[in-house]
Design a protein around this ligand. Structure first.
Ligand SMILES: [Zn+2]
Length: 215
């Protein structure tokens, strides 16, 4: 497995310091299970980032915080976290180990060749976390975002104007991203997806999911 798309350093820093929401944090955790590069990055952030972040107001991150943290990392040796084996679920895919405490709902219809499964996170009832499953060649509507969407590819692939996302890749799509994802022709695609924010859903996932899940 060659991973080409990783969480941003800002996301990994927020993950390391507990400032990423429950749903995006679980998507990042699923990515870390297969990505030694990001595990090492998180270990570094945990070692030196926490003290810096603790000095800041909780709701904001100083613009130079990341740069200051990265500067400190230059002399730090890389560290690794243990690899956790995912267990097999009845989803037909290997379930990320990070989801082992979550309640996973049945596949539900979203559109032709398009299904989703709600994931309930214990202790975080507002977490917007789900599996998305699209048939080979499925073309999603072009859309933008007003919140950030996190998608970890668990099976198959999808592409958009920015690149091709395969097994193990994580895509962060924020307000700057306007795209039209297309599932690869070789197989169906299954993703673990999270939406960040406490208010109503925005963007494509919001439009298609709101009537179903009432987030
Ligand atoms: Zn990575």
């Amino acid at each position: 497995m060659t991973i080409r798309h990783h969480p941003s350093d800002e996301t990994l820093l927020r993950y390391s310091t507990g400032r990423l929401g429950a749903a995006p944090a679980l998507v990042v955790a699923a990515h870390l299970e297969g990505c030694e590069h990001c595990r090492s990055r998180v270990a570094d952030f945990e070692a030196v980032g926490g003290a810096l972040i603790d000095e800041m107001p909780p709701a904001s991150m100083a613009a130079d915080a990341l740069d200051r943290t990265l500067e400190r990392l230059e002399t730090k040796p890389a560290a690794t976290a243990p690899i956790v084996s995912p267990r097999q679920a009845d989803l037909g895919i290997e379930l990320p180990a990070s989801l082992r405490h979550c309640e996973i709902g049945p596949w539900r219809w979203l559109g032709p060749g398009f299904r989703w499964s709600k994931i309930t996170v214990p202790g975080s009832p507002q977490a917007k976390l789900m599996f998305l499953r699209g048939r080979a060649g499925l073309r999603l509507p072009a859309h933008g975002h007003t919140g950030t969407e996190f998608m970890q590819v668990l099976y198959g692939s999808l592409s958009d104007g920015r690149g091709r996302y395969e097994l193990g890749d994580l895509d962060e799509a924020d307000a700057d991203v306007d795209h039209q994802p297309v599932v690869g022709m070789e197989s169906e695609c299954i993703c673990l997806a999270a939406l960040e924010g406490d208010t109503r859903l925005h963007g494509l996932l919001g439009r298609i999911l709101r009537p179903f899940v009432g987030f």
